[in-house]
Design a protein around this ligand. Structure first.
Ligand SMILES: [Zn+2]
Length: 427
């Protein structure tokens, strides 16, 4: 029996909604004084009733659509029970049988397709801090994060190495950021990674164990953790042993995983539909309307920028996945030569709070104005074509007039000649 690495990923992404998943508390919890951002709903006090956050539902579905998922028109929230201090109710509101989105995919640069099992919505848990106070080890609980909308994305076990996992995760992060629904900041914990790893015959025929690495907060650690775990498990298997089904942590200093606890199976969670939240029923039109709100995704956008502005692929990729840089590029691309603007942003790293340097701005000619002048002066263009090349001076004058004389006449003439040449060729 030949075994191969079989890796699946669970990714948690905190949405940047204004309020919580089921309550009105601010979802902006990072860096706030502990336990200042809570209410009876997110503290799970008796009698409190959860009300689903519509924005969070829309955004979860948009993530699913961006990952080519099928959207379920009927979905529901379930209670997932486990006993832990970070969970005040004794259960987490999540989705089990009927998640919002299922059966999607994301392709890697090699063309390999990683299937997405599901995209569902749940509430985040509280944050625990392990501290030493007055010489005593203590664990403090901060409930500010409890109830923040959390999207879980689960892949099929189609990934074969730490490197593939890293590529997938980066691509996923770029897509989610482009949707504007999460900042996916791993240092702040708004994107958290949990690979599950085994050696199996194939993704379809899984071995009788699976090891999960919990709460990784960097792509590099995910890659290292997976590679370490593959090696550790392989050594056990080669000795005729079966690795234990368990949850492990990752120690970046030692570059090693360590055992945390034996993993629960879904039966341990005693899932059942949350009786306080009616099923969510959507219409096809509603879902299609959300689809129209999707921006062009980073990969397609990068390809378009290469074709349209002749940027290098790496520059286009950098711009297309960084929302701040992209917005800046779009704001000034008609005033500064796009190639030069991209260079200023990506290589010269200019201050994006300031307009581009005036030298660049005054040298650039808006191609739309060139087009406009050629269209409005068809007579002059016709004369030029019959050989009266001197009319170029007149056309330069028109462009100078329209731009208020802020551009370089020599560059205007070059652009006009180029445009006329192209038009000539097009007949
Ligand atoms: Zn609350």
């Amino acid at each position: 029996m030949k075994l191969q690495p079989v890796i699946g990923l669970e990714i948690h992404v905190e949405l940047k909604t204004k309020t919580g998943m089921f309550c009105g508390c601010s979802a902006d919890h990072f860096g706030k004084a502990p336990n200042t951002n809570t209410c009876p709903v997110c503290l799970g006090l008796p009698g409190a009733l959860p009300v689903p956050n519509h924005q969070a539902i829309d955004w979860a579905i948009m993530i699913g659509l961006a990952l080519d998922c099928r959207v379920n028109l009927e979905s529901s929230f379930d209670r997932k029970h486990y006993f832990y201090p970070d969970l005040p109710k004794g259960y987490q509101i999540s989705q089990y049988d009927d998640p919002f989105c299922q059966a999607g995919k994301l392709s890697l640069a090699s063309g390999k397709i990683i299937r997405i099992n599901r995209v569902h919505l749940e509430e985040d848990t509280a944050k625990m801090q392990h501290q030493v106070i007055d010489g005593q080890k203590m664990t403090l609980v901060d409930f500010n994060r409890s109830g923040v909308p959390l999207v879980e994305i689960v892949t099929e076990p189609d990934i074969a190495s730490g490197e593939e996992a890293k590529e997938f995760l980066k691509k996923l992060r770029d897509i989610i950021r482009s949707l504007g629904v999460s900042d996916c900041d791993m240092e702040k914990g708004s994107m958290r990674l949990e690979p599950n790893i085994s050696w199996s015959e194939s993704p379809e025929k899984l071995n009788n164990y699976k090891v999960e690495i919990k709460n990784l907060n960097s792509f590099r650690f995910a890659q290292q953790g997976i590679d370490f775990e593959l090696k550790r498990q392989k050594e056990l298997l080669d000795q005729g042993k079966t690795p234990v089904q368990e949850t492990r942590g990752y120690n970046p200093q030692k570059r090693a995983t360590f055992s945390q606890r034996v993993k629960e199976t879904s039966a341990d969670y005693r899932y059942f539909p949350d009786p306080d939240i009616p099923p969510i029923v959507l219409t096809r039109e509603y879902v299609e309307n959300l689809r129209t709100k999707l921006p062009q995704l980073p990969e397609a956008l990068a390809n378009e920028m290469v074709n349209k502005f002749h940027l290098s692929l790496s520059t286009a990729q950098l711009l297309s996945k960084d929302q701040l840089k992209l917005a800046y590029f779009n704001q000034y691309k008609n005033q500064v030569e796009p190639l030069e603007l991209a260079n200023l942003i990506v290589n010269k790293k200019i201050d994006l709070d300031q307009p581009p340097p005036t030298k660049a701005a005054s040298r650039a000619v808006d191609l739309n104005i060139i087009d406009q002048v050629l269209k409005e002066n068809a007579d002059a263009v016709a004369k030029y074509r019959t050989g009266k090349t001197s009319v170029i001076g007149f056309l330069v004058g028109q462009v100078m007039r329209l731009t208020g004389g802020k551009v370089d006449p020599k560059q205007v003439q070059d652009k006009l000649l180029k445009a006329l040449q192209v038009r000539n060729l097009q007949g």
